[in-house]
Design a protein around this ligand. Structure first.
Ligand code: NAP
Ligand code: ZN
Length: 355
């Protein structure tokens, strides 16, 4: 029998929370594992969707968290990629089959045998359930652990593990380049990384937001233009303007009105995963056909590309804007996130999980 270590964590015992202290068990590091002390864990809106059971498949108790930065405290006998004390990251993926076509291509999130996500997912042994980064420690196979460049502040690097790769990957997939006009829909955690990364690639960024109060921040983050979408007629001057629209909105919304803002051959990529999205999104064929417009989606990114993104952020000095909180403030942060009041990512101080 494998040994287990009791670890303090925060999680929800039933749908809609609250998120409260609980104790979980972590396996002893196997030969290819590293044991990690968690320094920081970002709060992604996906954590809130999971706790609220918005997608209808959460298994409780759930310990969320997939934007993890930590230090290696020990490693298994055959784990050679990291040493004790290394600053590392863990994102959304902690295991996959490694041999299928998708894994070989670096798209572990689409593993044909079933990816193991960092939380609320079945381990490859088909027995244990995964618990995420709202905890003091974790144990992860070294092949799914990321190296965090020394230049990056650990708390501000944590959100790169999900919000960073979720935006970097589609910017690369859809060929974002100098001079492109990119719109970011929704200025939350994912949206603010989209602004920073698109700006770092030389694009001219416009933020489309329901929150007038985020205008100044949008400029500071690198946006050239800010449009308050709730004001009547606000979108009219933007028709046919954008090469790429990054839709990060976490709630159901009308897609048609934003498709009209694409230039010919432009792409709108869906990143947000709202509950009950179908009701709000009927799409007219002509909105896509006249103008060869594309509606796409993008799901996080694989391990290789996540490392590429971290190295890129190290060189460019791109990190998240964060509000560091203690674990006992998670519920309050969820409430603020539910109201769109994030500036621009909550990050939990790992020392507070056991406090
Ligand atoms: P977040 O920090 O809460 O930001 C979402 C933003 O959407 C809000 O700040 C708000 O921006 C806007 N918004 C919220 N409700 C709205 C409404 N009713 N109408 C219009 N705009 C609204 O969330 P996040 O962490 O960035 O995540 C955003 C979405 O992406 C979530 O659904 C999450 O699950 C999903 N996600 C997907 C991936 C992926 O791989 N595709 C990865 C991570 C997250 P304004 O105040 O500017 O309007
Ligand atoms: Zn996430």
């Amino acid at each position: 029998m494998a040994m287990m270590e009791k670890t303090p964590a925060y999680g929800a015992r039933a749908a809609k929370g609250p998120v409260a202290p609980l104790t979980i068990e972590r396996r002893d590091p196997g030969p290819h594992d590293v044991a990690i002390e968690i320094l920081y864990c970002g709060i992604c809106h996906s954590d809130l969707h999971k706790v609220n059971d918005d997608w209808g498949e959460t298994r409780f108790p759930v310990v969320p968290g997939h934007e993890i930065v930590g230090r290696v405290v020990s490693q298994g006998d055959s784990a050679f990629r990291f040493r004790e004390g290394d600053l590392i990251g863990v994102g959304c993926i902690v295991d996959s089959c490694r041999t299928c076509r998708e894994c070989r291509a670096g798209h572990e999130m689409f593993c044909e045998k079933g990816v193991t996500f960092t939380f609320d997912s079945l381990e490859p042994d088909q027995k244990a359930w995964t618990y995420g980064g709202y905890s003091a420690k974790m144990v992860v196979d070294e092949n799914y652990v990321l190296r965090v460049p020394k230049e990056l502040n650990p708390a501000r690097a944590a959100p790169l593990m999900c919000a960073g790769i979720t935006t970097y990957s589609p910017l690369r997939q859809f060929g974002c380049k100098r001079g492109d006009r990119v719109a970011v829909l929704g200025l939350g955690g994912v949206g603010h990384m989209a602004v920073k990364l698109a700006n770092s690639m030389g694009a001219e960024v416009t933020v489309l937001s329901t929150s007038r109060g985020k205008q100044e921040a949008a400029a500071r983050l690198g946006a050239k233009q800010f449009v308050a979408t709730t004001e009547p007629g606000a979108l009219d001057p933007l028709a046919g303007k954008f090469d790429l629209i990054m839709d990060t909105i976490s709630a159901p919304h009308d897609l048609e009105k934003y498709l009209a803002l694409l230039r010919n051959f432009g792409t709108m990529v869906l990143l947000g995963l709202p509950p009950d999205a179908t009701a709000a999104t009927p799409i007219n064929a002509s909105s896509l056909v006249f103008g060869n417009r594309r509606l796409a989606g993008s799901n996080i990114g694989g391990i290789r590309e996540t490392q590429e993104m971290l190295d890129y952020c190290g060189k460019q000095g791109v990190v998240a804007d964060v509000e560091v909180i203690k674990a006992n403030q998670i519920n309050e942060s969820y409430a603020r996130m539910g109201r769109g009041d994030v500036r621009y990512r909550f990050v939990i101080d790992g020392a507070s999980f056991g406090a």
